[in-house]
Write a protein that binds this ligand. Structure first.
Ligand SMILES: [Fe+2]
Ligand SMILES: [Fe+2]
Length: 160
């Protein structure tokens, strides 16, 4: 395996952990505003990101690739309103998709089919992640100016 692919796979562990950190921060933001459903939803989202990091860790271990953990970047922003994190989430997922796509491209380039198979799960997952982020943003936009609607959506998100 090319060194630059190894580097990107190791980096992806860090990126997934940074995503978890970002979504925990969003969860905290909603929680402090008593928007409990959104807070719960982003906490779940953070655990999914942790699972993604673990998948990459397993792949690296299975392929005897050694690495050290790097500091996790704080991607959190100062959110101005309840919609802000949702916009930021969609943007962030698109960024993560671009990272996965780049590793995929390199895996194809070196005819590394086991890695391609491993990454297929992430290709599908990113389609899902972008779709989910977009849907949540759109749902929010429907009820943006209606407090009752917002509380109802918040209730629904508790079920995740
Ligand atoms: Fe992820
Ligand atoms: Fe994600």
């Amino acid at each position: 395996m090319q060194e630059n692919i190894k580097k990107l796979l190791i980096q992806q562990v860090n990126k997934e952990l940074a995503s978890a950190y970002l979504y925990l921060d969003m969860s905290k933001f909603y929680k402090t505003k008593s928007i409990e459903g959104f807070a719960h939803w982003f906490k779940k989202q953070a655990s999914e990101e942790l699972e993604h990091a673990e998948k990459f860790m397993d792949y690296l271990a299975d392929n005897d690739i050694e690495y050290k953990f790097e500091p996790i970047e704080v991607l959190a922003k100062d959110y101005k309103n309840l919609k802000d994190p949702l916009l930021h989430q969609l943007e962030h997922e698109k960024y993560v998709t671009s990272l996965i796509n780049e590793i995929y491209r390199l895996a194809l380039e070196e005819n590394n089919y086991p890695l391609v198979r491993f990454l297929n799960w992430f290709i599908d997952e990113q389609v899902e992640e972008e779709k989910t982020a977009k849907e949540l943003l759109e749902k929010f936009e429907y009820v943006e100016n209606c407090k009752m609607g917002l509380l109802k959506l918040d209730e629904q998100l508790k079920a995740r």
